[in-house]
Design a protein. Sequence first.
Length: 381
Amino acid sequence: MNARTRVLAYAGAAAVGLVAAGALGAPALAAGPTDLSLSLSGTTLAATTSGKVGFATVTNKGAETATGIVITFDLSELDTSVVDLPVPAPDACEQDGSKITCHVVDLKPGENADLSFELIRSGDGTPGELTATVSHEGDDPEAGNDSATATVTISENSGPDLTVVVPDVPLNEEGQTGTVAPGEQTELGYVVANFGDLSVQDLKLTIQLPQHVTFVEQEEGCEYSSDNRTATCGYEITLIPFDEDSGEEGPYSAAGFFNLIKVADDAPAPAVLGGGLVTAEGTAVQQPEVAARRAAPALPEGVEGLSAKDVDESDNSDEFSVHVAKSGGAGGGGELPVTGVQAGLIGGVGLVVVAGGGAMLLMSRRRRVVLAVPDDEKPAV
């Protein structure tokens, strides 16, 4: 199976799970006015890569829950003979000419959701532009931020292309967002993948937690802020390009990370604590001619490595929120499912390297967005 087919296969398999979760959701209630905003990221491809994953991010900036959300992709200015954008999830999205519409489940105030889409290299030339628009059942008092247009670019340069994926916290066993009560601990999990055409050697991760949330344990190799809400960590790890990841035993194109975090006893509740952010940066590029050699030794004290130039920095960070249950009530879904990816973690802090295919599936399944199958397309019971 070639790399291009693998990208589609893994994302497609993940979408099935997302659609199934959405199909079980309750019908949407009448919606009041609320402000939704939309942004696009991850639309620049490395010079020789076969494709990558981009994201349409929707944020509820209003005070009411947004229902009946629809994201519409307009491909009329995108040359799909150069870069194609397949339908993200056939059971929840449909294409009519140059437009693809996708139904998304409700978003509470303060929540944001990322809908992943694939950009597949299909030829040479200038790809053009991609436009996405979000709408919902209620009125939107700030319609000016409902749409975004991004230039889809095939870079002239080769290099790594890191993508960060962080779901909202906590997750239940179905991969959906739950709640955690004040005073309780939960896990923050995230994935970093390389969709570029050069390997990145060594990672620097910066994890910023929302207010009222702190790290439970301090990991070796990390520096922490005085309020214990920001960690800057270095990892001696090489991520190869996704196209080169065979899915077998190493080297790998993606890595999963987990931190144990705690919500303060006096945190507001119920509440969605926003402001969480994870950022990834490569600190060295591994050139193809030395990729098979042993990794370089650590730099001497006082010597700082040069940053690896990322082909597309728009997707090097991802925001997340912590969902807090009502005070005195039990949280739901406060622990990530114990899967093969999580197995072996010690003390709630750790790193697990996963093969590219597994990482793609994890990235898509653990997004904050859940696609919703329209009522008229749901199977009869």
